[in-house]
Each structure stands twice: as structure tokens, then as C-alpha cells.
Design a protein around this ligand. Structure first.
Ligand code: SAH
Length: 657
């Protein structure tokens, strides 16, 4: 199930009109939590399940404990054209398995605007190509096409200009951080970027993470002068190159003159917390008007509002509730004893006598923003002929509010080559806002990375820091892929991340966590030499960095005694050279010196080396930190260049099931 990955496109529908198309899309829709619509002519058949809304009975794909079943396949009656007009609005994404021409004709009358239309993706009947047809950026069709292509092992076809340039789309730049799009000529600025011309960026607030991973030769110039910043005459960028467009990332509301031949756009990171105090019965209109007036007077962008804050006593105030509900603003409430601890410019004895704190609006704004100074001090508003009054104050948070629930995707990348990584794991990496891992593994998966993705490669020794950083970004609202080689749950990051989450009092749900298994080193190594793991086996890491050596030695003894085939991870480093010799001597106490041993270094990587040797001679060959050592059991044998561990112990008793 890859549903967590496809959450952002839900509700998601797929459409198939032929049996081949339905066969192709059914497993996909089951995996990603989409509904597959088929015409009545395909309604019958053994896998149709049109009315019950249950998961497909034969796949067993629904999560057994969470009741995750979803109606996979539904039948529409009448024409597809009519049906589409019914489901167009309600879906975030549509996946067609139909000729592109037919899809273009079908959706043409329904298209409105790229900021509102659903993502439209087309898959060919052979399942070879996945086309991002429409709403590539804001609708997410480019990302969706990539994700679907990975699920189907198909080639994604993305024709947007920024994708080819390796740049994040300018109209989706702030999406991971929850920024709001402000005014501007978005198409013109996108055109300038597509032509590779210089674009000046003034970023005053919000995360600058997006700036850190731009490709070389990107068109952005971050060195604008103060004069240009304040709207002065100079239209030259740093180094004397005239910018051809400008991007503002700020909390200010700028009005751009339509005559200016320098196209401009503005993004608003949500950093402003609006503190509100109000009398009982103050209307939504009054509060809204008050906020709008304060923002206009101070040139602040409404789009930069993170949310509103007040005292807990006002949480049920009707006008306030209507307002934050309508505007989709979060409400943060604080008790009087918290608010009274803030030093504010305009305390009021009257307010204190009434609610137990001398400040509501100012203190609540500061408290929500985690700031000590106000951007706008308290102002009082009344409206003629209306009951009630309200106070408004504004404070600025250091970090923007994303309004998103983050997730942690704990991904195993397999031993090396991309084709040894599961499609689900590939999708997780391609979809994530941020990818964190040891630099070598990030290099191995670099073809999966998307323009605009935040990539943080940290040295191998800083695993705990990597886990903490991933959790920090996920708590902030990003979807974060933490990558480990092999399987992420075997001597790798998954455990560290979960341990750290537990230490932080995680509720098990937020941020969401999904683990994507990978082929671990022992499987990879085994596959290169035959079938050494055929019978009971175990893995032991010889690294005593995190495990006391006595424990490791005890396990080596036990494994040797119990005749387990044994895979040794982390067998030897530059400084740790003794452990492998001790391990060998322990096995020699219980096993024949001729027991086959495989030394597989860098399995499935360019530098792969394979040595088949025996227990007594194993130390004569090179063993290092990139090697997995597999020691056979008492029955393991070699045949030509192959290692075989028999399926059964007694001759003639091979279990054929
Ligand atoms: N999570 C990883 C293991 C990390 S511990 C996994 O599941 O594979 C690191 C050890 O794994 C190395 O010291 C080596 O013993 C083994 N290893 C990792 N990748 C390998 C590869 N491609 N070939 C052989 N051994 C490998």
C-alpha cells in the first residue's frame, strides 16, 4: 500500500474503458487508494465489485487492522463525458487509461484554470508511458505522473519547461512550506525562467531551504540592492545584469503596476499571527474588517497570516469562530495566566479586571508567534451601528506555519543499483519534499530526485542528528524521506527515527510514518553466490560501536552452535580488525574448516567483488566495511561457482512445499 504517498491527491479517480485498461489500472488504484471507474459494459466479470464498496475480495490488500478498505472499482452509467462532468470537481486527480486525444476532447469543456483544475494524467494501454497532461504544477500532475510511472515501472512524460531545466516551478515553489501565492504575473515570470533569463529574488521571510539545492547556472539572483528592494529606480541585478523578472517572498503586500515591463510575482510565507480580543457578541464582519484595515494600513499581506490567537475564554465566540472557519486559519488559544506573563506595550487595567490578564490581543499574538516584539501594536475597532468591539495586534514568527501534517517515509534503497529498489520505495523518494541520508546512498538514488526537492546529505557518523533533523522537518509539515541502504530497518535509520520519536512523546500518528522495505545486504550478497540462506539463518553485526563486544561474542557462539547460516555485517573497518578473526575462531569450534564462506563486497554496485572461500581460509581475502560475509551451515556445499545450502537436512527429505 502506498496510500500515505498519494494522500495529497485524494480524492483520486482512475478511468478505464477497455478490459486491458481496467486490468492495468486495478492494481494501481488498489495500491494508491483511488477509485477505478469503468463503463457498464465492463461492469460484470469476475473482478467487478461495483456495489458493496469493499476492497477487492481476492487481493487481501486492505490493511487488516485499520479497516483501510476502499471501494476500488465502480461502474458509471451513461456516457463518459457526462460522468466526467460529475466527478471533475470532486477529485484532485484523474488518471485515464485512454488515448491522449480522447482525453483532451473529454476534458476540454471542463477546464477552467490551472489553479483549480484537477491533475490529469494519462497512461497508455501497454502501461509504458505516463503523461502529465494538465495542471502539472499547481494541480500536481507532474508529481503524480512520476509517482504513477514508478508504480507501473513506466516512463513519465513531463513537458513543463521548469522540469527540463531542473528547476522548481515558480508557481509551486512555496507549496512545501505552505506559503500563499500573492499577486503578480505568474505566466510572464515563468516564461522568463523558461528562457533562462535572470530573475531577481528578494526573500525577506520564510524558509530558504529551496535556495540550497538549485542546479548550477540557475537563473535566480539573490543579491538585489537595497534601492531595488525599496522599489527604487535601479533595474539592474548584482553584477550589472538586468533582471528580466522579480520574485518577492515577503509578508508585505506589494501593488505592481501593470505597465511595468519587469514582470513580478509575490509569495507570502505565513508568518503573521493576529492577536484578537473582543467583546461578547462581536460579529465576524467587524473582526474581519478590523484585520483588513490593520493589514492595509501597515502594507501587510493577508496571505501572510498564519492564524489567529486569543484567550481561551473567547474560543467559543461565534464571530471569531465563523471567521477562522471561513478563512481556514488555525486558532491558537491561551489561558490568562500564560498571557499575563508577556510584557506588552499597551496593558489595560480594565481588561485585567475582566479576564485576568492585562493584555489579550498583544499577548496572544506574541505567544502564538513565539516572539517578543509586536509588528503592529493593539488597535481598537468598532463599526457604526454594530454591537461589539475588537482589538487587533500582529506579531511575526521566525518560522512560517505550513498548515500541513508532515510524514516520515523510512526508505530502504536496496544494495546499490536502482533496479534493486522497490517501486514503492522509489515513489517515496520521488514524492518527498525532503530527502535525508548518508551522501553515498543519496548519490546512488540521485536519478529519482526532483527539481525543488530539499536534499540533505549528512556524514555517515551523524545518524542521530539525521533522525532528529528528519523529525524536525516532519513536525514542521514536510514529507521527509529518510534513506538507508539495504533495508532501513536493519542496522539502519528506521529504528533510530522511531526511537527518537518515542523519546519525543510521539502519539504514533502525527507525523505519519511509513516504512518502505529494501533488499538487505544479506539477501543481495546471497543472490550473487547462489542460495546460501536456504535454511535457517541469522545476521550478526560485528560493530561494537553500539553493542558491547561480549553480547556480540555470545551471539556468535550461539549461532555457530545452533548451526545457523550466518551473515556477518560490518565485519571489519580500518580500526576494527580483530573481530572477524574472533568470529572465525568461534565458528571453527563448531564447523568444518571447509565450510563454504562467501565474501561479497559492494553487491550490485560498480565495484562489486565476490569471493567464494572456506571458513579456514576466509581471512586470506579482502574483507572490509563494504563486505558481507556469509558462513554456511554444516550442510552447505559449493558447486562450481555456486553455494548451495540444502532445503532439508536429511537426504531424500526435501520439503517441496
Ligand atoms: N541497512 C543495511 C545495512 C547497514 S550496515 C542493509 O540492510 O543492507 C552496513 C553493512 O552492510 C556493511 O558493513 C556491509 O557489511 C553491509 N552492506 C551494505 N551494503 C552492502 C553491499 N552492497 N554489498 C555487501 N555488503 C553490504
Amino acid at each position: 500500500m502506498s496510500k500515505l504517498l498519494f494522500e495529497e491527491y485524494q480524492p483520486l479517480a482512475a478511468i478505464a474503458t477497455t478490459p486491458t485498461a481496467a486490468k492495468l489500472l486495478l492494481p494501481l488504484t488498489q495500491a494508491i487508494g483511488a477509485i477505478l471507474w469503468v463503463p457498464e459494459s465492463l461492469g460484470g466479470g469476475q473482478d467487478a465489485h461495483p456495489t458493496t464498496g469493499d476492497a477487492h475480495p481476492t487481493t487481501g490488500d486492505a490493511h487488516p487492522t485499520t479497516g483501510d478498505a476502499h471501494p476500488t472499482r465502480k461502474v458509471y452509467s451513461g456516457s463518459l463525458k457526462e460522468h466526467l462532468s460529475n466527478i471533475w470537481q470532486e477529485n484532485q486527480g484523474l488518471i485515464f487509461c485512454l488515448a491522449t486525444g480522447a482525453v483532451v476532447r473529454l476534458i476540454a469543456p471542463l477546464l477552467e484554470d490551472k489553479s483549480r483544475d484537477p491533475a490529469v494524467v494519462v497512461v497508455d494501454e501497454a502501461g509504458k508511458f505516463v503523461i502529465s497532461l494538465c495542471s502539472g504544477h499547481q494541480g500536481g500532475a507532474d508529481k503524480l505522473a512520476n509517482a504513477v510511472a514508478l508504480q507501473l515501472s513506466a516512463t513519465p512524460i513531463v513537458t513543463g519547461a521548469s522540469a527540463a531545466l531542473g528547476l522548481p516551478g515558480i508557481d509551486i515553489l512555496g507549496v512545501p512550506f505552505g506559503w500563499h501565492k500573492g499577486e503578480g504575473d505568474w505566466n510572464k515570470v515563468a516564461g522568463v525562467i523558461a528562457r533562462g533569463e535572470s530573475v531577481q529574488v528578494f526573500q525577506e521571510v520564510g524558509s530558504t531551504l529551496w535556495q540550497l539545492h538549485l542546479p548550477e547556472g540557475h537563473p535566480f539572483d539573490f543579491e538585489g540592492t537595497e534601492e531595488q528592494r525599496s522599489g527604487g529606480a535601479g533595474e539592474r541585478g548584482s553584477g550589472g545584469i538586468s533582471p528580466k523578472a522579480r520574485i518577492w517572498i515577503s509578508l508585505t503586500q506589494r501593488r505592481f503596476s501593470p505597465e511595468s515591463d519587469l514582470p513580478k510575482v509575490q509569495w507570502h510565507p505565513r508568518v503573521l499571527w493576529v492577536g484578537i480580543g473582543c467583546e461578547r457578541g462581536t460579529s465576524k464582519e467587524l473582526i474581519e474588517t478590523a484585520i483588513e484595515q490593520v493589514f492595509r494600513a501597515n502594507h501587510l499581506a493577508l496571505g501572510a497570516i498564519a492564524g489567529i490567537a486569543t484567550i481561551d475564554l473567547k474560543a467559543d465566540e461565534l464571530g471569531l469562530r465563523e471567521l477562522y472557519f471561513d478563512r481556514n486559519w488555525p486558532l491558537r488559544i491561551f489561558p490568562a495566566q500564560v498571557l499575563r506573563s508577556f510584557t506588552v506595550p499597551n496593558p489595560s487595567a480594565v481588561v485585567e479586571a475582566e479576564v485576568g490578564t492585562p493584555s489579550v490581543a498583544e499577548a496572544a499574538a506574541l505567544c502564538a508567534a513565539g516572539s517578543e516584539t509586536l509588528l503592529v501594536a493593539k488597535q481598537v475597532f468598532r463599526l457604526e451601528g454594530q454591537a461589539g468591539a475588537c482589538t487587533v495586534a500582529v506579531a511575526q514568527a521566525e518560522q512560517e506555519y505550513t498548515g500541513r501534517t508532515g510524514k516520515l517515509l523510512l526508505v530502504g534503497t536496496g544494495p546499490g543499483q536502482l533496479n534493486q529498489m522497490t517501486p514503492a520505495a522509489q515513489t517515496a523518494v520521488a514524492q518527498a519534499d525532503a530527502v535525508i541520508g548518508y551522501s553515498l546512498y543519496i548519490d546512488l538514488i540521485s536519478p529519482l530526485l526532483r527539481p525543488g526537492q530539499i536534499v540533505e546529505a549528512l556524514p555517515i557518523t551523524q545518524e542521530v542528528q539525521r533522525a532528529q533533523r528528519a523529525i524536525e522537518l516532519a513536525n514542521w509539515g514536510l514529507s521527509v524521506a529518510v534513506v538507508s541502504s539495504g533495508d532501513c530497518g536493519i542496522y539502519a535509520m528506521a529504528g533510530l527515527v522511531l526511537e527518537e520519536l518515542q523519546a519525543q512523546g510521539w502519539d504514533g500518528k502525527t507525523p505519519g510514518v511509513q516504512v518502505f522495505p529494501g533488499i538487505t545486504a544479506l539477501q543481495a550478497a546471497a543472490s550473487r553466490v547462489g542460495a546460501p540462506l536456504m535454511h535457517d539463518f541469522c545476521a550478526i553485526s560485528l560493530s561494537d560501536l553500539l553493542t558491547p563486544w561480549e553480547v556480540i561474542e555470545k551471539r556468535l557462539q550461539a549461532a555457530a552452535m545452533a548451526d545457523f547460516v550466518t551473515a556477518l555485517y560490518n565485519p571489519r573497518s580500518r580500526t576494527r580488525t580483530e573481530q572477524i578473526a574472533i568470529a572465525q575462531s568461534i565458528f571453527l569450534q563448531y564447523r568444518d574448516p571447509n565450510t563454504p564462506v562467501a565474501l561479497v563486497k559492494d553487491a550490485y554496485r560498480h565495484s562489486e567483488q565476490i569471493t567464494i572461500t572456506t571458513l579456514d581460509k576466509m581471512l586470506e581475502s579482502n574483507i572490509d566495511m563494504l563486505t558481507t560475509v556469509i558462513v554456511g551451515n554444516s550442510n552447505t556445499r559449493t558447486h562450481a561457482e555456486w553455494i548451495i545450502t540444502p532445503r532439508g537436512y536429511k537426504v531424500g527429505e526435501v520439503d517441496r512445499h
